[in-house]
Design a binder for this molecule. Structure first.
Ligand code: NDP
Length: 241
């Protein structure tokens, strides 16, 4: 229970990595709030685990502000924020629509901007806080058919470094995690052949589980990482060695 007494917000936590992160933070003693767009999944999670749930689209600045204000007035403080909400809209650059480009940037990158901007003020007041941004191996290595996603995920790394410099003097630590291939709905669209091809490039021999990312989040949220800021932890089974 290394996060006893802490409060945490995880975006995009109705499924996949975000859900596993929320469950693990709660298991470590944190009070957890989550957001997503699927209201029935949010309701289930609220009933099953007692999470504070918000139907909020991170691309919508006003919804994010309302959510954070409500949390701060309920909890009095906000210790940990995990910018996890993300989408893909894959396609070759030559055929990519403006909409597919923009939606991916709006959710994956601008979403983190909206949430971070809303939480930085209360974190500055309390002179502590952890912001953890979920990037991707694709932001480092690229991936054909994912120029929009790679740009957003690489952008998150620069965002992490700049915000870490801006807020370090106020006790706020900002780091990123770059997962490799993790078994979730996002990767379920790959064919067995594609998954096999990816697996063959992973030194540890298999794709990851959402819980593998959750472990790194707990580390970055805990006191054990108190001298680490502006960094990215790679959770990819060695894919990027
Ligand atoms: P999933 O598609 O399984 O889950 C995505 C989550 O984000 C859902 O809970 C979804 O909830 C939520 N979400 C999507 N759009 C929004 C939005 N606009 N506002 C709020 N919530 C939103 O994805 P993963 O769990 O696989 O991915 C989680 C994060 O990890 C993403 O940022 C992804 O890019 C990153 N990542 C994933 C990898 C993988 O291999 N799976 C590898 C590297 C990085 P709802 O539908 O309710 O809105």
């Amino acid at each position: 229970m290394i996060l006893q007494g802490k409060t945490a917000l995880v975006t995009g936590a109705t499924r996949g990595i975000g859900r596993a992160v929320a469950l693990r933070l709660a298991a470590e003693g944190a009070q957890v709030a989550i957001c997503g767009r699927n209201e029935s999944l949010l309701q289930e999670l609220q009933e099953e685990y007692g999470f504070v749930c918000f139907a909020a689209d991170v691309a919508d600045r006003d919804s994010v502000r309302t959510m954070v204000q409500s949390l701060v007035s309920q909890w009095g403080r906000i210790d940990i924020v995990v910018n996890n909400a993300g989408i893909t809209r894959d396609g070759l650059l030559m055929r990519m629509s403006e909409e597919d480009w923009q939606q991916v940037l709006d959710v994956n990158l601008t979403g983190a901007f909206h949430v971070s901007q809303a939480v930085v003020r209360p974190m500055m007041k309390q002179r502590s806080g952890r912001i953890i941004n979920i990037s991707s191996v694709v932001g480092f290595a690229g991936s054909a058919g994912q120029t929009n996603y790679a740009a957003a995920k690489a952008g998150l790394v620069g965002f992490t470094k700049a915000l870490a410099r801006e807020t370090a003097s106020r006790g706020i630590l900002v780091n990123a995690i770059a997962p490799g291939y993790i078994d979730t709905d996002m990767t379920a669209a790959l064919t067995e052949q594609q998954t096999e091809q990816i697996r063959s490039q992973i030194p540890l021999g298999n794709t990851g589980k959402p819980e593998d990312v959750a472990g790194a989040v707990v580390f970055l949220a805990s006191d054990d990482s108190r001298y680490i800021t502006g960094q990215t932890i790679h959770v990819n089974g060695g894919l990027l060695i």
